[in-house]
Each structure stands twice: as C-alpha cells, then as structure tokens.
Design a protein around this ligand. Structure first.
Ligand code: PLP
Length: 246
C-alpha cells in the first residue's frame, strides 16, 4: 500500500513537472492538493510524508473522522466539497484554512456570522461552473463577477481566487475551454481591483486533466485517483445536493 502511494506520487510528480516545462512555468507555481475523499488517515499520512502537505476533503464527516488521525502540524486543510449551511460550524472546528467551494450567498452569510463570533477570518475560493453541467455546483460564469463583488463585501472572507471542476471528457478540445473560462473570469476580476480580493489562486485540474489545467494557469491541482486509486463511490455521491448515493 505504502509502496503504491509512493510510486503513484512519483509518477504524478513527473506529470506535473512535465506539464510545467511544457507551459514554461516553474514547478513551484503549482501546488498539489491531495483529494482525500474515502481515503483513510493512514494512507493520507503516507502521501503527506512524501512532501505534499495540502489536503482537501469533500465532506464534513470525513474531515472530522480523520482529524485526530492526521493531526494538524504536518498539513494544511482545504474544503473542496459542496457546502451546506448547517455544516459550516463544523468546518470551522476542524482546521480548514480555505474553503474552495463558495457558490451561494446563504453560505457566505452564515460563514461571515460564525467567523465574527470567533473573531477570525477564512480564505475562500469562488467555485465557478465552467462546464455548464447541472450536476455540478458553482456560480454560472456570467454571474461570477457580480457574485465576487457581493462576496467581497463580507469582510471576514478573504477571496484568494477561483475553483472549478472541468467537464468530464477525454476530449481535450472540450475540457480546455473550461479552464480558459476560469482564467478569463480571474482576469476580469483582477481588473476590478476589489478590496478584500486577491485573485492569485486558480484551483483546477484533476487526475485525468491536470496537464491541460497547468497549461491554462492552474496554481492548485486537486488529485485523488492517480494517487490513491479508484474510489468505490461514484463522484455524484460527493457532488449532489444531499450527498446520497445515486
Ligand atoms: C474527487 C475530487 C477531485 C479529485 O478527483 P480525481 O479524479 O480522483 O483526481 C478534485 N476535486 C474535487 C472537488 C473532487 O471532489
């Protein structure tokens, strides 16, 4: 198991490095986020120990269940799953330093309220639905700028950039436009020079499409399968509203 994860990571590292070379970018411009849904703490720790301290969970329950086992000193936690307002208080309890999946004002209001209570701030990314699939969350691209402006008025949230899940397709010509679209929204937002908004992070690219994402400017690639192997649950389990298996 340990050998597998190490081996997978070394293959992945080569892919990331090659993509950076191809895109004329420096390797340190791209962070690898370990997408750890369904993966237990022991296996996650093996990957962290290989020099990849950034992890991302989709569900509050998994965040909580693995919190002790993984610990806090050796890693940084992002939340990359669909947010429910009633679960936000738990996200704040389990060491999450950035929520990548901000896409509704109801969530933003609740987050602001809890952050005020705790007298703290939270880094966030705005999730944009660049693939126009109903099954995925995120603000519509044409509404993204207005949404960013509105979120920027909530002073406990620090907008650090954007996140997207690209179209699931083996066809590069269909996937690449998703990432290009996210980049365009980023450029548009930068020009506005909004208070409280830094647009440095573009979280895009997963196991099957990270090369394209890196070419289009990704600063965070979120990878699960290529490190930990195939998951038993379909991704719809993690991406639909109620979190029910369908
Ligand atoms: C699972 C997941 C990933 C990683 O997907 P893989 O195809 O396993 O690399 C990335 N981002 C999000 C939001 C995910 O839920």
């Amino acid at each position: 198991m340990e050998a597998n994860i190490k081996n997978n990571l070394s293959i992945l590292e080569k892919r990331i490095t090659a993509a950076c070379v191809q895109a004329n970018r420096s390797r340190d411009e791209v962070k690898l986020l370990l997408a750890t849904k369904t993966v237990d703490a022991e296996r996650i720790k093996i990957a962290i120990a290989q020099g990849y301290p950034l992890i991302g969970e989709n569900k509050v329950q998994e965040l909580r269940d693995k919190y002790e086992g993984i610990g806090t000193d050796n890693c940084t936690r992002h939340f990359i799953g669909h947010l429910q307002t009633n679960k936000i208080k738990d996200i704040l309890k389990y060491g999450v330093s950035c929520i990548e999946s901000i896409d509704r004002i109801s969530v933003v209001e609740k987050l602001q309220q809890l952050l005020e209570r705790d007298d703290r701030t939270m880094d966030v990314l705005i999730q944009v639905n660049t693939s126009d699939e109903d099954s995925k969350f995120g603000v519509a691209p044409e509404q993204a700028i207005d949404f960013i402006k509105e979120v920027a008025t909530y002073d406990r949230l620090r907008i650090k950039g954007l996140m997207t899940i690209g179209l699931f397709s083996a066809e590069e010509r269909l996937v690449r436009p998703c990432f290009q679209l996210l980049k365009r929204v980023q450029q548009e937002a930068i020009v506005l020079n909004l208070p409280n908004v830094e647009m440095n992070e573009l979280s895009m690219g997963m196991s099957h499409d990270l090369e394209i994402a890196i070419e289009e400017g990704a600063t965070i690639v979120r990878v699960g399968t290529a490190i930990f192997g195939e998951r038993i649950y379909p991704d719809s389990y993690y991406w639909n509203e109620e979190g029910n298996v369908i």
